[in-house]
Design a protein around this ligand. Structure first.
Ligand code: BGC
Length: 748
């Protein structure tokens, strides 16, 4: 090419570049701060365009502003994997062939790791899957507190303790959002039961609200920086969560300074004026139940669509509220779909399977292990596996968290694989029939679980083989069918279903080397507890379930999970069920009163006789032994740093979770006997020692004073109780607080 021609081309290219730069509107210029860009975009939008971005246009998307090149926003469930594609306006499958995902462990399992690094890994990995599938909002994680073991949706949440859930949710959110995908924290707030979830009206005193039900959401917003949040279906103090001014405007937006978007649960909006004025930003799923039915193509009739436009045009509702919503939606789009610098993501990568397996094994809780029945000993040659959950795919079902997976390793297959490598033979017996269906919204497992034998025949057949085996591994629990661990309703009772107690009893009689492995997202009664030598709580682990379970049973991984909620003896040992009053649960005439107040989980059972608890909050065994040494304390700002020496005194590498609970023996208000305020996990080789460093700020000693609305630390003596379970306190430190402190900036 001649030099003169080159020069002309160079000049032309340069002037195009200058023109392009000069012509680029501010809202597209990523070098500007987001609020400047949002302001510019908003100033260019017509009122109908503003209305269009604040409500759904399909089951899972809302419209952008095509005229301005602002893209649509796509949401997806959440929270354990990326939901398969559904039709534009149906809950049924779109029939896509590129929408199978990795199923990560259920959030109860994640919480049981007590390891924020696992939450970060989880969030990063699931965020990558969402990004690859081009979703901008992940509908999760959920942090509703475990109030009753009957709640069908507990498996999607992070347990009974606000501090544990708060620590874990922050890392999950950071991981997800590092992909330019928004986390949508749900279900804000007080959505603690599925039964009557669309109507139930919760009354709770302010102290309980602030100390139990809000902290994990507050942590998600203030420490996690969540870009969106999902108000739930229920009512609080007479108003639906999506229309609740106190929750959405006063607390979330004014006190916590949330700058993201409040996205309604699917079908949780009921009235235009209320929803327009009280702080909700986006409406989804109206006239559907969020699960399987709903009116089609009614998007213009949404409460925040034509009816809102009409009231705005008539001057009956202010433009300022609409602009605030649009600003938040634009901010959400700019943080996600319009972020040109976000990574590309990946789907079904080996890294994601590895993450799922690692989190799964780290979350499995060894509840009991008398005589070191586990890990499987070298002299075991013949194992009998019993139970439907050993062969049932558990990633399909349960409601909106149902997935279409690329692979799911079943417990029996994982056990078989690990056993084969050790020259152990494995036989299988069904033992009980639970639910043979395997379908959710058109995704089928393809498994034929039909079984002609009667319940008693199944038990007899399992027992006959159990007598001949060196070891029996029972794999049962609940499943994702309605009225089990499933959205839309609660469990009917606390017992394991499908004659499992009879079966377990018979197996324990037939073979004392019987290990009980339960897959659930909830606690359950254990009438056979005294007879059982080894019990493993294995949750729903997702794609890598079988391998993760085998890793722990065969000792390739030393268990280090700790319970994120209390396994009490009977339902009535949970405070909401102790009154025998339907107003407290499940509700009377639409009302539920949280009369038990702060008495959730261990905060209640700590006051009961120890024998009322089968396995305490924070409990979990290891194949090695740890010794907790004398802790030391030093001042840190207005709080303390506590250093706890830990030694591995056993013969295997393993990890221990050091837990610090604060106890205020004398207070002007009644306080729980102790409350978790710090924890840390440490991995040690045999014979190795290390330190766990725990930070307890002033807020660790405070209670919420409803009169002043300030967190208050009273003068007096506090104790920091240090142990490796809520019922295994090994060391105590005394702290003297000289004067009263009101924590102004910890206001809410
Ligand atoms: C659930 C939400 C879910 C939404 C969309 C609702 O039924 O309560 O958690 O994100 O549906 O599937």
């Amino acid at each position: 090419m001649k030099n003169s021609l080159k020069a002309i081309l160079a000049i032309t290219a340069a002037s195009f570049a200058v023109m392009a730069t000069a012509a680029m509107p501010a809202y597209l210029d990523e070098s500007l701060d987001i609020d400047t860009r949002v302001k510019d975009a908003l100033s260019r939008m017509t009122v109908p365009e503003k209305i269009a971005v604040i409500h759904a246009q399909s089951k899972f998307s809302s419209r952008g502003v095509p005229r301005l090149g602002i893209p649509d926003l796509w949401c997806t469930d959440g929270p354990h994997g990326i939901r398969p594609e559904v039709l534009w306006d149906e809950w049924e499958q779109a029939g896509a062939t590129n929408d199978s995902c990795v199923a990560f462990p259920a959030l109860t399992c994640l919480a049981a790791t007590w390891n924020p690094d696992m939450a970060l890994l989880y969030g990063k990995s699931i965020g990558e899957e969402a990004r690859y599938r081009n979703k901008s909002v992940l509908l999760g994680p959920g942090v509703n507190i475990y109030r009753t073991p009957l709640n069908g949706r507990n498996f999607e949440y992070m347990g009974e303790d606000p501090f544990l859930a708060g620590r874990m949710v922050v890392s999950y959110i950071k991981g997800v959002q590092s992909n330019g995908v928004a986390a949508c924290v749900k279900h804000f707030a007080l959505n603690n039961q599925e039964r009557d979830r669309n109507t139930v009206n919760v009354s709770v005193d302010d102290r309980t609200l602030y100390e139990i039900y809000l902290p994990a959401f507050k942590a998600a917003v203030k420490d996690g920086g969540a870009w969106s949040i999902m108000p739930g279906y229920n009512r609080y103090d007479g108003s639906f969560a999506c229309e609740n001014r106190r929750l959405l405007t006063d607390i979330l937006k004014n006190d916590w300074k949330f700058d993201g978007a409040a996205i309604s649960d699917w079908g949780a909006v009921h009235n235009t004026e209320n929803v327009a004025s009280n702080g909700l930003d986006m409406e989804f799923g109206s006239w559907t139940n969020g699960l399987n039915w709903g009116a089609s193509n009614s998007y213009n009739d949404y409460y925040l669509a034509d009816p809102y436009l009409k009231l705005i045009n008539e001057g009956k509702l202010p433009m300022s509220d609409l602009d605030d919503k649009v600003r938040r939606v634009l901010r959400l789009i700019m943080r996600t779909a319009m972020n040109r610098n976000r990574p590309f993501g990946s789907l079904n990568s080996e890294d994601h399977y590895a993450a799922a397996r690692r989190i799964g094994t780290e979350g499995i809780v060894l509840l009991k292990n008398n005589g070191n029945l586990l890990p499987v000993a070298d002299n075991i040659r013949k194992i009998l596996v019993v139970g439907e959950n050993a062969i049932k795919m558990m990633t399909v079902g349960g409601g909106s968290s149902s997935l279409k997976v690329q692979r799911e390793i079943l417990p029996l297959d994982g056990i078989r694989r690990a056993a084969a490598g050790r020259g152990i033979s494995v036989d299988y017996e069904r033992g009980y029939v639970g639910d043979t269906t395997g379908e959710y919204n058109g995704v089928t497992t393809g498994q034929d679980l039909s079984e002609p034998r009667t319940a008693s025949q199944l038990i007899a057949d399992a027992v006959a083989k159990a007598r001949e085996a060196d070891m029996v591994i029972f794999v049962g629990g609940l499943n994702k069918s309605p009225k089990q661990d499933s959205e839309g309703d609660d469990r009917n009772d606390f017992a394991l279903p499908y004659h499992q107690n009879e079966l377990i009893d018979a197996l324990l009689d037939a073979n004392s080397n019987t290990v009980i492995v339960n897959l659930t997202g909830n606690a359950y009664s254990m009438p056979w507890l005294d007879k059982a030598r080894a019990i493993v709580q294995a949750w729903y682990i997702g794609s890598e379930s079988g391998d993760a379970i085998a890793d722990v049973l065969f000792g390739d991984v030393n268990p280090s999970g700790k319970l994120p909620f209390t396994f009490a003896k009977a339902l009535t040992d949970y405070a909401p069920h102790s009154y025998g009053d339907s107003l407290i649960y499940p509700g009377s005439n639409g009302d539920v009163v949280y009369k038990e107040g702060l008495g959730i989980g261990y905060r209640h059972t700590d006051r009961l006789n120890r024998r009322r608890v089968n396995f305490a909050f924070g409990h979990g065994l290891s194949y090695t032994d740890f010794k907790i040494g004398d802790p030391t304390q030093s001042p840190d700002g207005d709080g303390y740093i506590v250093t706890v020496p830990v030694s591995n005194t056993g013969s295997r590498e393993g990890a221990e979770v050091i837990q610090a609970y604060v106890s205020d023996s004398k207070s002007s208000v009644s306080r729980p006997l102790k409350e978790l305020k710090a924890f840390g996990k440490i991995n040690l080789k045999p014979g190795e020692s290390g330190n766990v460093t725990l930070t307890l700020g002033k807020e660790a000693f405070a209670f919420f004073n409803p009169a002043s609305k300030l967190w208050t630390v009273e003068p007096g003596t506090f104790e920091i109780l240090i142990g490796n379970a809520s019922d295994a306190i090994k060391k105590k430190i005394k702290i003297i607080q000289v004067s009263q402190v009101q924590l102004a900036d910890f206001r809410l």
